[in-house]
Design a protein around this ligand. Structure first.
Ligand code: 5GP
Ligand code: ZN
Length: 135
């Protein structure tokens, strides 16, 4: 993808604060961090979102997320981590090249990565369970 900023960053055409790189991925610091140390896992190949990402790479990305946050939790002395991944504009995706957010959390940081819990109604539960069948 010629005009994709994350393709350019992932492949080193645009410099970035790189924490890790291998043949499939680059892990960089986010330019607009939710908290100190917020990082992004970028595949070097272009896939718009998780629907498009091949299964193997999806698995590799999660294994890499585990490695990075395990190490960074020690380095940054944080108390927890959010692993966030947005798909589609409605879900808050702004860069349409698959990426995973790794967001260090510290007690009381008020980073605001949350939602307002609703209620699982009997109607919603019945509707969803009756329609969904994963093969
Ligand atoms: P999204 O909203 O698509 O899930 O996340 C996009 C993320 O990419 C945002 O957190 C934003 O700060 C980050 N971002 C956007 N452009 C750049 C850039 O050029 N370099 C870096 N390092 N991060 C970027
Ligand atoms: Zn791309």
């Amino acid at each position: 993808m010629k005009e994709c900023i994350f393709c350019k960053i992932a492949n080193g055409e645009i410099p970035s604060a790189t924490l890790y790189e291998d043949e499939k991925f680059r892990v960089i610091l986010d330019l607009g961090p939710a908290t100190k140390g917020h990082a992004l896992i970028l595949p070097k190949s272009h896939y718009e979102n998780l629907y498009e990402l091949p299964e193997g790479l999806a698995g590799d990305a999660m294994v890499l997320a585990k490695k990075v946050i395990t190490e960074m939790k020690e380095v940054l002395k944080c108390d927890g981590y959010n692993v966030v991944q947005n798909n589609g504009e409605a879900a808050g995706q702004t860069v349409f090249h698959f990426h995973m957010h790794l967001i260090p959390r510290r007690d009381g940081d008020n980073a605001g990565i949350s939602w307002n819990p609703g209620t699982l109604t009997p109607e919603d539960k019945e509707e969803i369970l009756s329609k969904f069948s994963l093969k």
